[in-house]
Design a protein. Structure first.
Length: 416
C-alpha cells in the first residue's frame, strides 16, 4: 500500500535508494552517459543512457526525477515506474520516457546485485546463454568516422574487404546503411537526420543504384552465407521506401529496417516488400507499439530497452509474441548497454537476433570491468550478478567529456 508520495513498503531499509548520480565520459564523436544508483546498504546499480543522439537534456531530466526515487526500494521498480509515469503523464515519452527507462534499468541492476543474481533472472530466467548478433554499422563507422575507428573505407573494394573480414571473424550477419559516391569517396547519406540537409527526402534512381552497389560489394566479400541487413532509418518518405524495397525484392535480404511515424504507411511499405521489414526503435512502451502491430507495420519490431527500461521492454516483447512476432534489441551504445541488452535478449523467448557494434573506439574495453565476449557470431553471457559489468569510475575520469549538446566530431563531406 502506498502513501501520498507514491512510496510503498520495502523488504528492509537497506534496499532503499539513497542517491542517484550521473556520470559521463568522452566517446570520440559522442559521449557515453551512465546513471549510478546507490542504496542505503551501499549496493550500486548502473545503467547506460544516451544523450548525444537526438536526446539533449536527458541528464537534466534524470536529475529532476531523482528526488522522486530516493527513499524507494530497489525491489519496487514497477511501482516506481508507474509513479514516475503518472507524475509525467502528459509528456511521458521522448526525453522523459528515456529518463524513466534509465532509472528503471539502474533499479533492476541494484535489485539483482542485492539478490546476488544476474539481471536475466529478474527478467524471467535465461532461455539462452548465447545470443546471435549482427555486426551493426558495418562500413558506416569506417566510412564516416574513419579518422576515429581506423581502417578507413573509401570505395567498393574496401566494402568487399570489410565483408570478407566480417566472415573471417566468425560473424554470420551484418547491417549497413546508405552511402553515396562523392569525389572524396563513399560518404553516408542521412537526410532524415539532417546530414545532408535535404528535407524533401527524395529517392533517386542513382541512390537506388548506389544502395545496390554497396550491398553487392558486401555480398561479394562476405559470401552467400552472410545475412545482409539494411537500415534505411528516417531517410525517405513512403513512396521512396516502396521504390527501394521493390528493387531489393530479389536480393535475399535478412531484413530492411525502416522508421516511420505512420503505422498505416509502414503497413503499405511492408505490403510491397519481398523481404522481412523491421522497425520501431523510437517507440515507447506498449501504448506506442500496439498501433503498429495492429496495422501490420512490421515483421520484426525493434525495441530500445535503453530508452524504455528492460522491464517495460519485456512487456512490449510479450505483446509482440502474442501477435506472432519476433523482436530485436536496438543497441548502438557502449559496452554496458550491450551487456544490458544481452541480459534482456537471454531472457526473452522471441528474440531473433541482437544488434551490436564491433568497430569500437580505443578505450571502450578500458572503461568497464567486463567487455562483451563474442564467439562464432554470438555474444556469450556469464552468470555474474546484475548486468555482469559496470563502469570503472577512474577510467571514466581519464576520458573527460569534450562535447556539448548535439555537436559532434563527424567530419563534413570531403574531410578526414
Amino acid at each position: 500500500m502506498s502513501d501520498m508520495t507514491g512510496h510503498t513498503g520495502s523488504p528492509h531499509r537497506g534496499t532503499l535508494v539513497e542517491r542517484i548520480e550521473t556520470l559521463s565520459c568522452d566517446a570520440a564523436w559522442r559521449n557515453y552517459h551512465f546513471l549510478k544508483l546507490t542504496t542505503a546498504d551501499g549496493v550500486v546499480g548502473w545503467a547506460e543512457y544516451d544523450e548525444g543522439f537526438s536526446s539533449p537534456g536527458l541528464t537534466t531530466s534524470i536529475e529532476a526525477l531523482a528526488p522522486l526515487v530516493v527513499g524507494r526500494s530497489v525491489f519496487d521498480h514497477e511501482p516506481t515506474y508507474q509513479y514516475l509515469f503518472a507524475r509525467t503523464r502528459q509528456a511521458a515519452s521522448g526525453i522523459i520516457g528515456e529518463a524513466i527507462g534509465a532509472i528503471e534499468n539502474a533499479l533492476l541492476d541494484a535489485k539483482a546485485r542485492t539478490l546476488g543474481v544476474p539481471c536475466y533472472d529478474l527478467l524471467g530466467g535465461r532461455v539462452r546463454d548465447r545470443i546471435r548478433v549482427y555486426w551493426s554499422h558495418c562500413g558506416t563507422w569506417r566510412i564516416n568516422l574513419g579518422h576515429i575507428y581506423g581502417n578507413r573505407v573509401t570505395d567498393l573494394d574496401g566494402v568487399r574487404a570489410l565483408g570478407a573480414e566480417v566472415a573471417e571473424r566468425g560473424f554470420t550477419a551484418l547491417k549497413t546503411n546508405i552511402f553515396r559516391q562523392t569525389p572524396e569517396g563513399l560518404r553516408g547519406w542521412f537526410p532524415g537526420f539532417g546530414t545532408p540537409a535535404e528535407p524533401e527526402l527524395n529517392v533517386s534512381r542513382r541512390l537506388i543504384d548506389e544502395i545496390l552497389a554497396v550491398l553487392g560489394a558486401f555480398r561479394d566479400g562476405a559470401g552467400d552465407d552472410m545475412d545482409l541487413l539494411l537500415d534505411l532509418n528516417f531517410n525517405a518518405r513512403t513512396e521512396g521506401y516502396v521504390r527501394i524495397v521493390r528493387e531489393l525484392a530479389d536480393f535475399g535480404m535478412f531484413w530492411i529496417e525502416i522508421d516511420s511515424d505512420h503505422p498505416d504507411a509502414m503497413a503499405h511499405i511492408r505490403s510491397k516488400a519481398g523481404c522481412t521489414i523491421s522497425g520501431g526503435e523510437s517507440l515507447f512502451g506498449v501504448r506506442e507499439l500496439y498501433p503498429y502491430l495492429q496495422a501490420g507495420s512490421f515483421d520484426v519490431p525493434i525495441i530500445d530497452g535503453i530508452w524504455n527500461g528492460f522491464w517495460q521492454s519485456s512487456k512490449m516483447a510479450a505483446m509482440a509474441d502474442g501477435m506472432g512476432h519476433s523482436v530485436a534489441p536496438h543497441n548502438f551504445y557502449g559496452h554496458l548497454a550491450t551487456m544490458m541488452n544481452a541480459h534482456w535478449a537471454a531472457a526473452t523467448p522471441n528474440i531473433i537476433i541482437m544488434e551490436t557494434d564491433i568497430d569500437r573506439i580505443g578505450w571502450d574495453d578500458e572503461i568497464v570491468t567486463v567487455a562483451p565476449d563474442y564467439v562464432d557470431g554470438h555474444l556469450v553471457l556469464g552468470d555474474a550478478p546484475g548486468w555482469g559489468t559496470e563502469p570503472i569510475e577512474e577510467a571514466l575520469a581519464a576520458h573527460p567529456t569534450r562535447l556539448d549538446g548535439l555537436r559532434d566530431r563527424r567530419p563534413p563531406a570531403g574531410d578526414d
